[in-house]
Design a protein around this ligand. Structure first.
Ligand code: AIR
Length: 439
């Protein structure tokens, strides 16, 4: 039995049922906070968002908005006065902030679990301690460590140990000679202190998958169906969620692995576990855990239109002590991310090409049946920035694939050859609507 890592787990329930119109606090007001706020309001709750960015997407729709730094003492006091429970939508919120708030009110996930997800080396060693495989890695804290990196880790990917997300803070390193240059590229600290990094061996991948689960304070666990994810330039491009698309044995194994991790950490909240499925017959394990996210995840956005319950409702339910009922998928779905690049690139979806960012013409996309547009209300479009996503549903995977192809053509993205992830494992063509809950 793997030990529970979360020594801060309270003995008294901190997340007993809290009825609406109680106020929930959210650290971070990006798209994840915005979609949580929208869900909470649908269920009758009020929302307080804390984010240092005055234009944060969740700021305009939450009942209370505190525009302060995540460590601002007065701001945190104000949050604890207005909110009765607090969660985070961004793992880069200081764990100390969660620790401080947990002294006064119910917080999920715990500071201890967020701290693990914030540090790639701690994250990997924790995952290993839970008996799950990770890619070979090596921590590099300073220039002096560069010479000691084992040769078998190349080609690799160098990542900052802390504060990376959406492909930020990552460089591919083809060989040992390229390592010092890559390390120098990731040095960002203005005071010259070294930015700790971790080199991960680049493994031959068949696919990337993720499992999103929710675990209650009492240990009840439910999950979404396994997502098969495609990336472009380090950023999630699409998630394919077709029942039967992943070999049932593999799907079960990944769900069990995610649940093992959540139980071992005594994790309370929504957790995403990302997996690499290896394309290597000689590998000791057919998959490794890539990383975890202590919050709803981009790859789970499909659940807003494909499942009986979204990942944001799961997050809310854990936070306010509502029951976790099994999540059933009712429609096959592909989620396409809409990045800021679309605001510049001349493509069929644009009405004209100019150098100024311009809102894409959504009209033709929304004229296709089964397209569900979610825009985050970000004031500034930037290349690589997640501005929204498009969920595409239909009665059958084939019909979804057809619409995806049309959407990609309208968006000018068809030449990338991405969109629908290939099937993973033996075929199982029957379309059924299984229940994806863990009893
Ligand atoms: N986010 C959090 N971890 C990873 C991601 N993508 C979401 C959160 C955060 C937002 O991205 O919702 O607030 C930040 O996005 P941006 O575009 O402002 O950098």
């Amino acid at each position: 039995m793997t030990p529970a890592f979360d020594s801060t787990a309270p003995t008294e329930p901190a997340l007993a049922y809290l009825p609406p119109p109680a106020c929930i606090g959210v650290l971070g007001g990006g798209q994840l906070g915005r979609m949580l706020a929208q869900t909470a309001q649908t269920l009758g709750y009020t929302v307080a968002v804390l984010d240092p960015d005055a234009n944060a997407p969740a700021s305009s729709l939450s009942e209370h908005f505190l525009c302060v730094d995540y460590s601002d003492d007065a701001g945190l006091t104000a949050l604890s006065q207005v909110a009765e429970r607090v969660t985070t939508e961004f793992e880069n919120v200081p764990a100390m902030t969660l620790e401080r708030l947990a002294r006064e009110l119910g917080v999920s996930p715990s500071a201890a679990c967020v701290r693990i997800a914030q540090d790639r080396v701690l994250e990997k060693t924790t995952i290993q301690a839970c008996g799950l495989p990770v890619a070979p890695f090596w921590g590099i804290e300073s220039h002096a460590d560069l010479a000691h990196v084992p040769a078998q880790l190349f080609p690799g990917i160098l990542k900052t140990t802390r504060l990376g997300y959406d492909g930020k803070g990552q460089v591919v390193v083809p060989n040992a000679q390229a390592l010092p240059g890559a390390f120098a590229l990731l040095q960002a600290s203005p005071d010259g202190a070294p930015t700790a990094c971790v080199l991960e061996k680049k493994l031959p991948l068949q696919a990337e998958c993720s499992v999103i689960l929710a675990r209650s304070e009492g240990g009840a666990c439910v999950h979404l169906p396994v997502q098969v994810n495609q990336h472009h330039q380090g950023v999630l491009f699409s998630s394919t969620v077709f029942p039967g698309w992943v070999d049932p044995g593999l799907e079960q194994t990944l769900q069990n692995a995610a649940q093992t991790l959540a139980q071992a950490l005594n994790y309370v909240g929504v957790l995403c576990v990302e997996f690499f499925i290896l394309d290597d017959a000689n590998a000791t394990a057919p998959w490794v855990v890539n990383e975890i996210a202590p919050r709803p995840h981009n790859s789970g956005h499909h659940s807003l239109n494909s499942c009986s319950m979204s990942q944001f409702e799961l997050q809310l339910r854990v936070l306010v002590g509502l029951p976790l009922t099994p999540v059933a998928q009712h429609s096959p779905c592909v989620m396409l991310n809409l990045l800021g690049d679309l605001w510049w690139d001349p493509s069929a979806v644009r009405t004209n090409a100019s150098n100024a960012p311009q809102e894409p013409d959504w009209w033709r996309l929304l004229a296709l049946p089964g397209t569900h547009l979610h825009l985050y209300g970000k004031k500034e479009a930037r290349r690589g920035r997640k501005m929204g996503h498009l969920n595409i549903t239909a009665d059958t995977p084939e019909a979804v694939m057809n619409t995806v192809a049309q959407c990609l053509a309208l968006l000018g993205l068809e030449s990338l050859g991405l969109g629908v992830a290939p099937r993973l494992g033996p075929t199982r063509t029957a379309w059924d609507s299984p229940t994806h809950g863990v009893p």
